[in-house]
Design a protein around this ligand. Sequence first.
Ligand code: SAH
Length: 249
Amino acid sequence: MNPDSVQGWLCIAGLGPGDPQLVTPEVTSAIDAATDIVGYIPYVARIAPRPGLTLHASDNRVEMDRARAALQMASSGKQVVIVSSGDPGVFAMASAVFEALVGRPDWQALDIRVLPGITAMLAAAARAGAPLGHDFCAINLSDNLKPAALIEARVRAAAGADFAMAFYNPRSASRPHTFGRVLEVLRETCGPDRLITFARAVSTAEEKLLTVCLAEATPEMADMRTVVIVGNSATRRVGRFVYTPRSAL
Ligand code: SAH
C-alpha cells in the first residue's frame, strides 16, 4: 500500500488493572490494528511484540512529550495507541493528549478516540464487595501536579460530606509523609471505627486485600501499587465482604 494513502489515527486506551481478561475487546482490536504503541514502560511491557508493531516506552514524568510524540506520529499516517493502566481518563494520559491539542488545529482534526478501561478503584471495590455502592469520589494523592494543601482540603471536604473515597497514588518514596497525614485527617473527620480497604495489585498474581478500621491503619499498608478505599459512615462488613448500603437513610 502507498504509505501516503494510509490514514493515521490515535487511540488513548485503558488496559485495565492487570488481568488480560479485564482488557476490553475494543482495546484489544485497537492494539491489533496499531503500528505504534506509546506509553509508560510497565504499561507498554504488557503489549505482546509482533512484526510491524513498534513499541515506544518512556518514563512516567514525560506525559506531555509522550502525548505530542503520539500526535505527531498519527499526523504522519501511523496508527497509534497510547496505553494507560486502568482507564485512560482517570489520572492518566487522556487529559495530557487533549492539553497537547490546545492551539493545534491540525492535531484537533485528527481521528482521536478514548477507549475506556476498568479503573483500579472499580476492580478493587469488586474484590472487596461493594464499598462504593453509594456516593463516592476519587482523589489522587500525588502532589506532582497539585499542592499538598489542596489534597488535604479535598480529603476534608469529601469526608465532611460523608462520601466514600478512593485514593490513587497513595504513597511513594519521594513523598513518604503525605499518606500518614491523610490518615490523621481521616481519623479526625471520620473517627476511629471507619472501614478502610487497602487493595494492592488487584487482578495480578501479587494481589493483596486488607480491610481494617482507621484506628488500625498505618501508612505502610499502602504503596504505589495500592488503591485505598475508605467507606462512608454506613459502610459495614458482612461475612468476608465490605459494602456500603445504597440508601443513606
Ligand atoms: N489510570 C489508572 C490510574 C493511574 S494512577 C486507573 O484508572 O486505574 C496509578 C495508581 O492507580 C496507583 O498508584 C494505584 O493507586 C492505582 N492502581 C493502578 N493499578 C492498580 C491495581 N492493579 N491495583 C491497585 N491499585 C492500582
